[in-house]
Design a protein around this ligand. Structure first.
Ligand code: KG4
Ligand code: ZN
Length: 344
């Protein structure tokens, strides 16, 4: 059994966690920055980096104290090394390197996306490789075949916006504030999902990818027309997003075959309508469905510690001169598609 300290700072959450290789979460601490970014309607990279730098050390100390551990009792230090906002990533990675050096422990440079991708295995001990993964976050919307830690094949990605970005932009248009996903979901409960006709970009397309930019523009037009209630726009938008995700997953399953498990990860996986669609889809194709608990879907350090534990078990540690990577695809062989990868 090994104990891994995980550090996360790639976007607007600073987090530290201690997780064991036998799936015990000894502690996890998280400091959000919502208030700092709220006046700007989105994450301001410079503000984020400064906020990470202020809180990261006390947060790690608090995580160690809650787990009743000294740094010397940890087996390895796993820090997010990308992709993400580079200033923030550097704060967490440099902190991880300093601790690794001071305590003479191995460093594991974790791809934030791998943190999301493997997080369902922290929650579900029965989830084995390979699995089909829908990775949906603020910066990414991908379908991946996960064959093992470090072994990913990308089957689809977005050609423009990520799904979470579409939720955030819809929230902004409707004046709901940031972060938008949970706010759109809450408002949608009071709305009629059939009230506003909205497009389903790339639905039925022969190419495998996602697109959400046209949906966002249609939301802008629906809002500006003044003909619709905000709750109806929210509900209709959410339904359109659900339909797009479902159609592209069906395409991936038809093109590449089903897997024993259908798995969802990333912040957007917190959305209950999306989860229920996935649950139904999995049962239609005779797949088991796994979704991590809600707190493990959005950014956190337990998933980074767990990805660290999976890599540590394979002997995959990194040198102290590992450089932070603003962009870092999980599948290095995947062809670039237009528009994608612009945001981390
Ligand atoms: O994975 P995450 O915490 O950060 C990134 O790595 O991007 O994902 C954040 C994204 C945001 O776009 C947020 O609006 C979205 O996840 N999100 C949701 C919900 N909760 C968070 N989107 C839809 N419904 C939700 N309940
Ligand atoms: Zn994330």
């Amino acid at each position: 059994m090994s104990i891994i300290l995980g550090i996360e700072s790639s976007c607007d959450e600073t987090a530290a966690a201690l997780v064991t290789s036998d799936r015990r979460i000894l502690s996890h601490k998280l400091a959000g920055q919502e208030e700092a970014h709220a006046p700007f309607g989105g994450v301001v990279p410079e503000i984020a980096a400064r906020a990470h730098a202020e809180i990261i050390t006390p947060l790690i100390e608090a995580a160690l104290a809650e787990a009743d551990l000294e740094l010397g009792e940890v087996d390895a230090i796993a820090a997010t090394a990308g992709p993400g906002l580079i200033g923030g990533v550097m704060v967490g990675l440099v902190t991880g390197k300093a601790l690794a050096m001071a305590a003479d422990k191995p460093l594991i440079a974790v791809n934030h996306l791998e943190g999301h991708a493997l997080s369902p295995r922290l929650a579900n001990p029965d989830l084995e490789f390979p699995y089909l993964l829908l990775l949906v976050s603020g910066g990414h919307c991908q379908i991946l075949r996960v064959d093992g830690a470090g072994q990913y094949r990308r089957l689809a990605t977005t050609i423009d916006d990520a799904a979470g970005e579409a939720f955030d932009k819809t929230a902004k248009i409707l004046g709901l504030g940031y972060p938008g996903g949970p706010k759109v979901e809450a408002l949608a409960k009071a709305g009629d999902a059939t009230a506003v006709p909205l497009p389903r970009p790339l639905k039925g397309s022969k190419e495998p990818h996602f697109s959400f930019a046209g949906l966002k523009s249609a939301v802008v037009r629906a809002f500006q027309s003044g003909e619709h209630r905000p709750e109806d726009i929210a509900a209709s938008f959410q339904q359109a997003a659900v339909d797009c995700l479902k159609d592209r997953l069906e395409k991936a399953i038809e093109d590449h075959g089903a897997a024993p498990h259908l798995v969802v990860a990333g912040g957007v996986a917190a959305n209950v309508s999306i989860r229920s669609m996935l649950e139904q889809l999995a049962s239609d194709y005779n797949m088991q469905f796994t979704a991590p608990p809600l707190w493990l879907c959005t950014d956190n350090a337990a998933m980074i510690a767990w990805a660290g534990a999976e890599r540590f078990a394979l002997g995959l540690t990194d040198p102290l001169d590992f450089a932070a990577r603003p962009r870092w695809p999980l599948d290095r062989d995947a062809e670039k598609v237009r528009g994608a990868g612009v945001k981390a």
